[in-house]
Design a binder for this molecule. Structure first.
Ligand SMILES: [Zn+2]
Length: 298
């Protein structure tokens, strides 16, 4: 979703949680390709994971009274919709991956947070949901976010000291200037593996981060090849709604509209070729059709 309108309040609320990092050049968590495979944290739970599984967490609900900014051609003006905000845990015998970390914990409140056209409800943190399956942030080996918008990057603390897998163009978008760098200070604490192209998380083809730029410079989606259910593709924000996928609507705030169309075609061609189940992460119909946490899709 568009963080342009909510960014100010998000930064304000997030500043309550994080201490701005002013010495970013004294340490650099980037790890080389050869080193990344040796980074293993929190091993205690791994013996329990015998096969790949996909968990879907509720990371908030975003009620939007006017979707105008979600289509460049003006046909969403005055249209209301309710977006889900999904986060996912992918459990693999070689480690646990968090895919997207939702809205900021500071937005968890008894009453929804209202900002302009957005009414945001956060009921549970990622860490609270992990606890329901006896995991803590220290058990997470890998973190990746589809892109840098605040409804996908709100709770990095849920990933403990995981290795952050980030497209190099997205890293540049986050840390290329001081204002955004301060917003993402907590991400500086992670060791990270930067990549271009697609990235095979566990080296066996079962979980792949897909390079699909346009919404942001290094936007990515996720392909999970489940042993029983087959391939599932998590969209990130390449698409926001089922209808906008079909009609190829592009938000006004995307960084590159032509590139977005190329990415949309690439995603759909891959989904068709694989016979994949597509999950648009802001589409409640798609998210609610997945097993309800703590159940998993296997
Ligand atoms: Zn979003």
């Amino acid at each position: 979703m568009n963080n342009k309108y909510i960014l100010k309040s998000a930064v304000a609320t997030m500043s309550l949680l994080v201490v701005a990092c002013s010495d970013g050049d004294t340490t650099d968590g980037k790890v080389s390709s050869s080193a990344s495979s040796t980074v293993v944290n929190g091993q205690a739970d791994e013996s329990n994971v015998s096969a790949l599984a996909l968990y879907t967490m509720d990371c908030g609900v975003i009620d939007i009274s006017d979707l105008d900014s979600f289509s460049t051609i003006g046909d969403y003006k005055g249209v209301r919709d309710v977006f889900s905000d999904s986060c996912h845990l992918i459990r693999h015998p070689k480690g646990d991956l968090l895919w997207d970390v939702g809205l900021p914990e500071a937005m968890k409140a008894d009453e929804p947070v209202v900002n302009g056209v957005y009414t945001i409800t956060v009921k549970k943190t990622v860490t609270e949901q992990l606890a329901e399956i006896n995991l803590t942030p220290d058990d997470i080996e890998y973190l990746s976010v589809s892109h840098n918008h605040f409804d996908h990057t709100g709770q990095p603390e849920a990933a403990g000291d995981a290795l952050w897998l980030v497209h190099e163009n997205e890293y540049q978008a986050m840390f290329g200037n001081e204002q955004t760098a301060a917003q993402f200070a907590r991400f500086k604490d992670f060791k990270r593996k930067e990549f271009t192209g697609d990235y095979d998380v566990f080296g066996d083809g079962s979980v792949k981060i897909l390079e699909l730029p346009g919404h942001t410079p290094g936007h990515t989606a996720l392909l999970v090849n489940l042993p029983e259910s087959g391939p599932v593709m998590l969209s990130g924000d390449l698409f926001h709604r089922k209808e906008s996928r079909e009609l190829r609507r592009v938000p006004r705030f995307n960084t590159d509209e032509p590139q977005t169309h190329i990415s949309m075609d690439k995603f759909d061609e891959m989904a068709k070729a694989l016979g994949a189940r597509v999950v648009i992460q802001h589409e409640p119909d798609d998210v609610n059709a997945l097993p309800k946490f703590p159940k998993s899709l296997n």
